[in-house]
Design a binder for this molecule. Structure first.
Ligand code: GCB
Length: 796
């Protein structure tokens, strides 16, 4: 059968003997699991692959282990057998299943017998969630393909090779480290070998839906954009995308490659950590149907902030390795993912960094359901052989497959390209190419990398040249751990030449859980806590910091960490021990995150009073969710997510209306962020949106005349420190903004002259004396500083 490629650049990425294009969303396909006990042969000399002169065994050679042979009579010499040997559980690494394999790096052969009867007119694929590191797959003695890279899925079609009845599937798995591999020979995690993730047989129609991309268009809140890819002979079909709950029913025709793009508007309840809304999605063609659950959210950066659904967000994160929470070895199940992510939730995280490679799909599916934002990365870790084309191709393929599998997961906001790589021209070119590739494949997400930093004269700088190609800077720092634990070290200024948001992608210290001593004693919980305590004020002082992901949730195995008693081959920077016991620092970080949430999470502010004198019935007092009112409205108390919706629109049927707001933040402080949206979005309706950061009380009068596409916004009396950003936006679906006034500025111009940044909507805003919400060129806007008079109202 033919495999159809999506975009020509991706074709160029394929290299020798590589697996075929990926079938995505395997959870919702017709599958048969091949998980369970597999027969194995440990083969350090690769005797089953080479003869004694190191020549590869040809297909059909009985001695070759992939032939899965047995003596034909009692005198025949055959020096291997899968039938009488050892077994390993799949999924699962071998190192944690057999003591003698703890440090083993080499080849293990796996065999699984299965019975199959392929129904007529169906196609069959074999799918591996991940095999570390090299896999060669044989079915009934024939090689069907190979795969390199330990953390990405792959599949092969076996329709023509599968036998009706008993089949022998043999996989040669080799986890030897190599200098030109990814990761390379030096790494700070366990090189777990094996078939580490699930194995599935996937039955498909002759022509089926192999892949699709369904997400919000970049910078939009209401335009779903994407594509669908069919695989098979009947490639030209009409395909329907159905999201019933959002009233989306879109039919498109695939071209002769089986590919079709689509775009349409939709009124969506946006996904966020507070509201992890997933929509049931159905894609159907004449020959196939596939279902999924997809969330829609927007992720952007502006200046040094990350915006989720248009509102600034602080990422309260934690790093995780893919290690099982309740046993040794790799995590591979839904239950593992549930425990790990529950711990992250318990810390009050809204974000996780899945280090240092793509984790299994249970993690990202569950993150979608639980409302955890995700940074996902490829194992481009430390020093790679940057100038070798085959190394680049390998990285490129891993990046492609990571994005391909998870591109429809709302939780994933960041694709990360690399971790702590040493600067060089060759590395810069390598990573720049990966950044371009990632943007081409997925224009909707942010690109980052965990960078190193430099320090001179009390200033730490994050100026790595690849920062230029990133949307968000990641930075790993171990102040207080590598080197001395000197409190003075934290009195440092952080700077970068880039005007971009930064995430502190790692920080931390090690401790042996249960070992208590004074704070100066290495490996004690007190030492670890002390480092965290000093980190927090330093982190708070970094104005361009948009979040952190300390290293790391749980202690994990690492051959770099041999120190007896305290390490015993574990990296001890976990907040939780390998047995699941929490260290003191867990609770410190939890407390810090609770505080951060109070400060930064715009959802938490208390609306003290909300009155509308013109409409006596509308009165909101206390909790934002208490609403009494005669007319319908959408009242958003957090910008997007914590909206209170009433049935009717207050603007509807009125030529003009007035809302007066008296808004008093409960607590002041320069880190408070308050957002209030009034009105509603969609159709010809209007949204008045205010965002303010500032100290003390303030209030705003606003006046909106609507339905004739003319709007005026008037505000008064801001009290805010000048260096704080604030933003007032008048958002219109269409029409003209004649006048826009806030405490300092007046803008005039036509909305049509502006390039909308949120789908059909246009946002007007100010940052001190600069307009910063506009994208594209502003042709006819005038910005004039203007003093504000409290009682003035502008009307059109
Ligand atoms: C790092 C690495 C991470 C290590 C960690 C450590 O910077 O990115 O893989 O495990 O430091 O513990 O030193």
């Amino acid at each position: 059968m033919k495999t159809i490629t999506i975009i020509s650049f991706l074709v160029a990425l394929s290299f020798k003997g590589y697996a075929q294009e990926l079938l995505i969303n395997v959870d919702n396909r017709t599958t048969k699991s091949l998980n369970g006990q597999w027969d194995i042969i440990i083969d350090p000399l690769e005797n089953g692959y080479y003869n004694f002169h190191l020549k590869e065994h040809a297909e059909g050679t009985k001695k070759a282990f992939f032939s899965d042979g047995r003596p034909s009579d009692k005198s025949e010499l055959l020096e291997y057998s899968f039938d009488t040997g050892e077994k390993l559980h799949v999924p699962g690494d071998w190192n944690s299943q057999k003591e003698k394999l703890l440090f083993y790096e080499g080849t293990v052969w796996y065999r699984r017998k299965f019975n199959y009867k392929l129904p007529e007119n169906k196609r069959l694929f074999i799918y591996f969630g991940a095999v570390n590191y090299e896999a060669i797959v044989y079915l009934n003695g024939k090689k069907i393909g190979e795969h390199t890279g330990g953390f990405t899925p792959f599949n092969f079609e076996i329709s023509d090779v599968v036998k009706q009845g008993e089949n022998s599937l043999v996989v040669k798995v080799d986890n030897k480290r190599k200098k030109d591999a990814i990761p390379t020979t030096m790494l700070d995690w366990w090189n777990y070998g094996g078939i580490n993730r699930r194995v599935l047989l996937i039955e498909e129609e002759q022509t089926f839906i192999r892949d699709y991309h369904v997400q919000l268009a970049k910078d939009s809140f209401n335009e779903i954009r994407g594509w669908i890819q069919l695989d098979g002979e009947a490639r030209q079909q009409s395909v329907t995308l159905n999201i019933a709950e959002a009233d989306v029913h879109k039919t498109v025709n695939t071209n002769s490659d089986g590919y079709a793009k689509f775009a349409m508007k939709a009124n969506l309840d946006l996904w966020s950590p507070e509201n992890p809304k997933l929509y049931p999605v159905k894609i159907s063609s004449a020959t196939d149907t596939i279902r999924d659950e997809i969330g829609f959210r927007s992720i952007q950066v502006t200046g040094t902030q990350i915006l989720l659904n248009g509102s600034p967000i602080y990422l309260r994160g934690i790093c995780l390795h893919e290690e099982a929470p309740t046993r040794e070895g790799r995590a591979y199940s839904h239950e593992d993912a549930q425990i790990l992510l529950n711990w992250a939730k318990e810390l009050n995280c809204n974000y996780v960094r899945l280090a240092h490679y793509p984790h299994n799909e249970y993690m990202t599916r569950l993150a979608d359901r639980m409302g955890l934002l995700v940074w996902s990365e490829i194992p481009v870790y430390w020093a790679l052989q940057w100038d070798k084309p085959e190394v680049f191709n390998n990285a490129s393929r891993q990046l492609k497959d990571m994005i391909s599998r998870d591109k429809n997961k709302a939780s994933i906001i960041i694709w990360s390209l690399a971790n702590e790589t040493p600067e060089s021209d060759a590395r810069n070119t390598f990573l720049h190419s990966l950044a371009k590739q990632a943007r081409l494949q997925d224009p909707t997400r942010l690109i980052s990398a965990a960078l190193l930093h430099g320090k001179a004269e009390g200033v730490i700088r994050v100026d790595d040249p690849i920062g230029e190609f990133l949307d968000v800077l990641g930075c790993n720092e171990y102040t207080g751990w590598y080197g001395d634990m000197d409190p003075e070290l934290f009195n440092v200024k952080w700077e970068t030449k880039y005007r971009k948001p930064m995430i502190m992608s790692e920080l931390g210290a090690g401790a042996l859980q249960g070992f208590h001593a004074d704070p100066d004693t290495r490996w004690s919980e007190e030492f670890q806590s002390n480092v965290y305590k000093h980190q927090f004020p330093m982190l708070d002082s970094i104005s361009f910091l948009s979040g952190i992901s300390p290293w790391i949730l749980k202690d994990f195995r690492s051959a770099r960490r041999p120190l007896p008693v305290f390490q015993d081959y574990y990296n001890r920077k976990g907040l939780i021990s390998e047995y699941g016991e929490k260290k003191d620092a867990f609770f410190l970080l939890q407390e810090y995150y609770n505080k951060k949430q109070r400060e930064k999470d715009i959802r938490l502010w208390q609306l003290k009073e909300f009155i509308s004198p013109g409409y006596q019935g509308l009165k909101i007092i206390g909790s934002p969710k208490i609403v009494e009112g005669p007319f319908g409205a959408a009242v958003y108390f957090d910008g997007e997510n914590d909206a209170y919706f009433l049935d009717e629109n207050p603007v509807q049927g009125l030529d003009e209306f007035t809302i007066e707001m008296l808004f008093k933040p409960e607590t002041g402080g320069d880190r408070e962020q308050r957002v209030l949206h009034i009105g509603s979005v969609g159709g010809d309706r209007l949204l008045l949106e205010t965002r303010l950061t500032g100290e003390g009380n303030w209030y705003m009068d606003s006046y909106i005349k609507s339905r004739d596409a003319h709007c005026v916004l008037k505000s008064s009396d801001y009290l805010h420190p000048l260096d704080q950003w604030y933003h007032m936006a008048l958002v219109v679906e269409k029409g003209t903004i004649k006048n826009y006034v806030n405490g300092k500025l007046e803008l005039e111009g036509k909305v049509e002259d502006l390039k909308p940044i949120y789908g059909g909507r246009t946002s007007v805003g100010v940052r001190q004396n600069k307009v910063f919400w506009f994208k594209g060129t502003i042709a006819s806007f005038k910005i004039t500083p203007k003093a504000l008079k409290g009682d003035e109202l502008n009307r059109i």
